[in-house]
Design a protein around this ligand. Structure first.
Ligand code: ADP
Ligand code: MG
Length: 316
């Protein structure tokens, strides 16, 4: 299959439609009609074979992940996704690889009502770059820089599972149900788009957790010019992670493991009432600490005592 056949046969049918696409795939550029009164939010992330996913990772999972990591960035900005571009570099135009890739691309684009409006297709080592363009009502984008000392810090769910899941994948032995749960979190992170939208006008800062909770919260702290203090026992550990890992390993995964794509955000005291009105819709959200004067991220708590309350001990 040559480049043009690939585009016509596999990518155009996967592209999806939106009324605001004036001109999509097929010209030198796409022409798009942004919604009135909105600002556009643009994100891009590249996945490289053997770097961002293990070699031999299924084509369908690569397609999902390439969209999910970008959707997560839009979620962290409080944005709604509209349009995508795809720069696809593949060693050869192998239809048995491309089919599941474009099928999942189509399904995932459809699920989030995104139109694929252009891209580039080249030969080379497997590399997938997706760019997403979304929007927010003017002035409502969430950022990393608005947190202040005294703001409460929240996380949208369990962290550490994806990092543990990646380790399970890399061992490539038969897996237990708990290991399958962890692997699933690595394979299919769920971008927190509804939460991001709900946090407009409420969160003072927001980031998605791609590099690990401590590292990413550290970005909020640095950009906001303050420090952060989190309580170790308040960090939510999934039952699968607790069963699979020794308590100290599970905690360290939850604090430093990447790839979970949960949201970490801060809420100022002045917005707590508004936050209380929406938080019922997001039961997975947990309070984990507060922003403080100073700089950096501190973890406080009695992790020794907490450790001894956990049963079992299993090493990865
Ligand atoms: P050009 O030579 O002008 O850059 P191309 O021949 O590379 O155009 O691409 C033809 C059309 O197909 C363009 O509209 C381009 O955006 C689209 N396209 C190419 N590769 C992809 C891709 N991987 N995903 C989506 N659209 C693509
Ligand atoms: Mg051109």
């Amino acid at each position: 299959m040559d480049e043009f056949a690939l585009i016509e046969k596999l990518l155009v049918p996967a592209a999806g439609r939106r009324d605001d696409v004036v001109l999509g795939i097929g010209d030198d550029g796409a022409v798009l009609e942004p919604p009135a009164g909105e600002q556009l939010v643009v994100v891009a992330d590249t996945l490289v074979d053997g770097v961002h996913f293990p070699r031999g990772f299924p084509a369908a999972d690569i397609a999902y992940r390439a969209l999910a990591v970008n959707l997560s960035d839009l979620a962290a900005m409080g944005a709604t996704p509209y349009w995508a571009t795809l720069a696809l570099t593949i060693p050869q135009a192998d239809e048995t690889w491309l089919r599941p890739f474009t099928d999942t691309l189509r399904d995932t684009l459809g699920r989030y009502r995104i139109a694929l409006v252009g891209g580039d297709t080249t030969r080379g080592p497997l590399t997938v770059t997706v760019q997403l363009i979304g929007g927010v009502p003017r002035g409502t984008a969430l950022t990393r820089h608005g947190a202040r000392s005294g703001d409460a810090i929240y996380v949208s769910g369990c962290t550490g599972d994806a990092a543990a899941g990646l380790q399970c994948l890399q061992r490539a032995t038969a897996t237990s149900p708990d290991e399958d749960t962890l692997i699933e979190k690595f394979r299919h992170p769920q971008p927190r788009l509804a939460l991001g939208v709900a946090l407009r006008g409420i969160a003072s800062a927001c980031i998605d957790i791609s590099d690990g909770l401590l590292a990413d919260l550290g970005h909020i702290a640095a950009r906001s010019g303050c420090g952060a203090e989190i309580v170790d026992a308040s960090v939510l550990l999934s039952p699968a992670l607790r069963r699979e890992c020794a308590p100290d390993v599970a905690l360290s995964m939850a604090l430093t493991g990447g790839d979970d794509y949960e949201l970490c955000f801060t809420v100022p005291p002045s917005a707590q009432k508004l936050f209380a009105q929406i938080s019922g819709e997001f039961p997975e959200v947990r309070l984990i600490g507060k922003m403080i004067a100073g700089s950096g991220v501190q973890v406080v708590g009695a992790s020794e005592a907490w450790r001894t309350t956990q049963p079992g001990f299993r090493h990865f």
